[in-house]
Structures are given as structure tokens and as C-alpha cells.
Design a protein around this ligand. Structure first.
Ligand code: NDP
Length: 429
């Protein structure tokens, strides 16, 4: 489960880490070379991806270890600018692997397309016409993107919602179409279908179409990860397993009832989720927007995860959120590092990627809550933050470790102190 090649992985140099992945047969030699090269996108590709391209903006890609998900081990690529995120995910995954790992449950992978109408002269008549013609709506949507139907997906359900007028808005009638987008995230597929049915829907309702587009609130594409951890694995320093469990449950209850805390709680979860979404070449704004909307589904913004006591006294965690990520489409197929991420994960489908991502989110949340209710998060975080400060102060090579170690001994760890430590070191040499 935990690979011997990966022991004390964080202490290895970059070259040793790549060799360890190679020795463990997690990557092939071609990928090792790609990692050594630090390969940038070609100018041609970068120009093709966005408009007005000037240069490239780099972020580090690291690997989180020890993930056991649905009885399979994963080395998870994560792209982030924040220190501690990968260390925390790996440490949590190691504990959870010893407890049997993560179990995931995925709903169908359906996206929702919206056609929003206004100025409907007779709402009851419009709803009746729409209901009578559901099959024609589906047929027109599918005819607009026949290749997805040929692959086994396509539009298969129509729903209607009326949103009553308020003092700020007119009455809206919204047609929702559910579309199985198979291995894609599906934004383009859905938008094409929605635009294709718009005029027919206007004819049926005598209303006026305001817009036709997918919804990023992907409530028909939910992913859940769960884990169950015995008390013996929760002990930490002077804290008993039972104390850690009870405090984590209270921390979860606090995040459920307080939106100020829920926002930070969910930010911690998104630290992990965004990092994998980004590494996999997916649209992280879409995932962020959907996650936060889902967190507010009760009418109050709440925590996305829940920690509770299992019947046998273990700590039980669960996280659910919409995860409409793609295995194909967008920039996934053209971005060489996104392709590398798929190979590192030995990924076979979008569903498998959902399982990995939701598990990383739960691991991140476990690490944050456990630290918060025991020694606090600064102890682990500041070690890595010290290195960032050392680099910002101008340290290079061995100086980085040296400045960081000295910084950690100070009461106030800031850039000014880092610069002064670096000056002292330089004057000594
Ligand atoms: P694409 O249109 O790039 O790719 C999807 C296409 O891949 C399909 O239409 C299909 O084309 C092809 N394909 C090949 N194999 C499969 C398979 N097994 N399952 C499904 N499709 C397959 O991407 P998406 O439609 O997924 O859209 C994602 C992009 O849209 C992202 O870049 C996103 O940032 C962007 N976007 C997001 C919006 C939002 O979130 N609000 C809005 C607009 C754009 P074919 O069958 O013809 O081969």
C-alpha cells in the first residue's frame, strides 16, 4: 500500500524523487525526461490556448503520496502555489490508508443546460406546451450534437422551473435539459444543444429567450468520498484519540452552523481539490463555483464535509460536491503536463478522476481539522512558509535551508527578519 521507494520522499532531491517514481514503476522513462526538462508549453500551443499571449506563468507541480482510494493506490499530481498543501494531503492520506482508505460514490455524470425565458404571456399554457413536447425538445438537442449521442450519451431529460417575479426581476421560466456528457466536462456540448433548442422553445411558449447556457451548478454530477478512522490512528502527541475525534466532530459542527468558519473550512478542502483539478487540465473556476453553490444549497452557506462518530466509536468523515471534470476536451488533450498527470494517476475515466479529487478534498480537510484542534496549523505551515520567506529575502542554494532554520527560532517570522538573517549569513562567509 505504502511504497518503500517513497519513504522520506520529502527529504529527497528532485532528481531522487523522479528516480523513486521511476523505480516504483509509477512513471516511464519518457515522463522522467519530461520532468527533468521542466518543459514549458511551446509558443505555438500557448498562442493557440489563449488570446494576446505574452509569456507563461509557472506554478510547481508536486505529488501527494499514500492515497488508497477504492482499494487502489494513487500518486496524485497537485499544482499549487501554497506551501503545506501537498505535505498535509500526503500525511492525511497515510493515516486514512492505514484505516482502509477512501471509499467513493459517484452519481451519474449529467450536466444541466438552461434556456431562460421571460415575457411569457400565459405561464400555464407555456408549461403545458413544454410538457407535451419534451420528446421533440430532446430530439432537437441531440440533433445539434449527434456525435455525443453516437458515443452513448446525449440529452435525456427535460424539467421546467418558474421563478416568480420580485420587485427587482420579472417572472422567469427556465427549461432545464439533463445531458450525459460521458468523458467530457461538457460545457461546449451543452451550450451547443441549448442554443439549438432556444428558438423552438420560444415558439412553444410565446416568450422571449434571455439566454441559453449550461449551469455550473452540476447537481446531477456529484462525487462523495468517505473514510472511517479508528481512535488509535487519531492519537497525536499528548492528545488521546478520543479527544481528537470529539474535537474534530465539534469543529465540523461549528463549520456547519457558522458561515464565517464554513468559508475557511471549505477553502481548506478546495486547497486540495483545485490543485488536482488544475494538474489534470480541468476548469477550476467551474468546480469552485459549483462547490460553493452546493455548500449554500440549504439557504445558508455551510461546510461541504461532515465528521461524525461511527457506531463503533471510530471517526467517520464524508465529503460531497459537484465534480464535473473531464477526461477529454478543453485543454486536457493538448497540455503536455495535464497528459502527464493522467499517466501519473494511470487514469482511465472522468469518474476515476472524480474519485481521486473528492478523496484529496477529504484528506485535506482531515489534516486541517486535526491540526486545528490539536497543535494548531501554524506549526506545520510556518516551516514551509519560512522557506518562502528565505527565497523572498534573496537566499539561494544552501542559504535557503539555513535562513529558514534560523527564522523558525524567531518570535516574529517576517521578511524583514529573513533579510537580516541572510545579511548575517553572507557577512559570516
Ligand atoms: P470540448 O468541446 O473541448 O470537448 C468535448 C468533445 O470531446 C466532445 O464534444 C466530443 O466531440 C469529444 N469526445 C471525444 N471522446 C469523448 C468521450 N468519450 N466523451 C465525451 N466527449 C468525447 O470540451 P467540453 O464540451 O467538455 O467543454 C469544456 C471546455 O469548455 C473547458 O475548456 C471549459 O473551460 C470551457 N467552458 C466552460 C464554460 C463554463 O464552465 N461555464 C463555458 C464555456 C466554455 P466529438 O464527439 O465530436 O468527437
Amino acid at each position: 500500500m505504502t511504497h518503500s521507494h517513497f519513504s522520506e520522499f520529502y527529504k529527497k532531491t528532485k532528481v531522487e524523487r523522479i528516480k523513486a517514481l521511476l523505480d516504483a514503476r509509477v512513471i516511464q522513462i519518457e515522463d522522467a525526461l519530461l520532468l527533468f526538462e521542466n518543459s514549458q508549453l511551446t509558443d505555438q500551443l500557448a498562442n493557440h490556448m489563449i488570446e494576446n499571449q505574452l509569456t507563461q506563468y509557472s506554478l510547481p507541480l508536486g505529488v501527494a503520496l499514500h492515497f488508497l482510494i477504492d482499494n487502489q493506490t494513487y500518486q496524485v499530481p497537485m499544482v499549487t502555489e501554497e506551501p503545506s498543501v501537498i505535505a498535509a494531503a500526503s500525511a492525511a492520506a497515510k493515516v486514512i490508508a492505514q484505516a482502509g482508505g477512501f471509499k467513493t460514490h459517484l452519481s451519474e455524470r449529467k450536466m444541466i443546460g438552461q434556456v431562460a425565458l421571460k415575457d411569457i404571456p400565459d405561464l400555464a399554457h407555456a408549461l403545458e406546451e413544454l410538457s407535451l413536447n419534451k420528446e421533440i425538445i430532446l430530439k432537437k438537442a441531440n440533433n445539434a450534437h449527434p456525435s455525443i449521442v453516437k458515443r452513448g450519451g446525449g440529452a435525456d431529460e427535460v424539467e421546467f422551473r418558474t421563478i416568480p417575479a420580485t420587485e427587482h426581476s420579472p417572472t422567469f421560466l427556465v427549461v432545464h435539459v439533463h445531458i450525459d456528457v460521458l468523458e467530457a466536462m461538457g460545457a461546449n456540448i451543452v451550450n451547443t444543444m441549448m442554443e439549438a433548442i432556444a428558438s423552438y422553445i420560444e415558439t412553444l411558449t410565446d416568450g422571449k429567450v434571455l439566454m441559453s447556457i449550461l449551469s455550473n451548478y452540476a447537481t446531477e454530477c456529484l462525487a462523495t468520498a468517505t473514510c472511517q478512522i479508528p481512535l488509535s490512528l487519531l492519537e497525536r502527541g499528548d492528545y488521546l484519540g478520543e479527544e481528537v475525534r470529539d474535537a474534530m466532530i465539534e469543529a465540523s459542527q461549528f463549520a456547519y452552523v457558522d458561515p464565517y468558519r464554513a468559508t475557511t473550512h471549505n477553502k481548506g478542502i478546495m486547497n486540495g481539490i483545485d490543485a488536482v483539478v488544475l494538474a489534470s487540465g480541468n476548469d477550476w473556476r467551474a468546480i469552485e463555483a459549483g462547490a460553493h453553490a452546493y455548500a449554500a444549497r440549504s439557504g445558508q452557506y455551510r461546510s461541504l464535509s461532515i465528521w461524525e462518530k461511527a457506531d463503533n466509536g471510530d471517526l467517520k468523515g464524508s465529503l460531497t460536491l459537484p465534480l464535473p471534470v473531464g477526461f477529454v476536451g478543453g485543454s486536457i488533450g493538448i497540455h503536455p503536463t495535464a497528459q502527464f498527470s493522467q499517466r501519473l494517476l494511470s487514469l482511465k475515466s472522468a469518474k476515476e478522476l472524480e474519485s481521486v479529487i473528492v478523496s484529496v478534498g477529504l484528506a485535506q480537510n482531515f489534516a486541517a481539522l486535526r491540526a486545528l484542534v490539536t497543535e494548531g496549523i501554524q506549526k506545520g505551515h510556518m516551516g514551509l512558509q519560512a522557506k518562502s520567506l528565505a527565497i523572498s529575502a534573496g537566499a539561494s542554494g544552501n542559504e535557503i535551508e539555513h535562513v529558514a532554520n534560523e527564522l523558525k527560532k524567531q518570535t516574529h517570522m517576517n521578511l524583514e527578519t529573513a533579510i537580516s538573517i541572510l545579511d548575517t549569513i553572507k557577512n559570516m562567509n
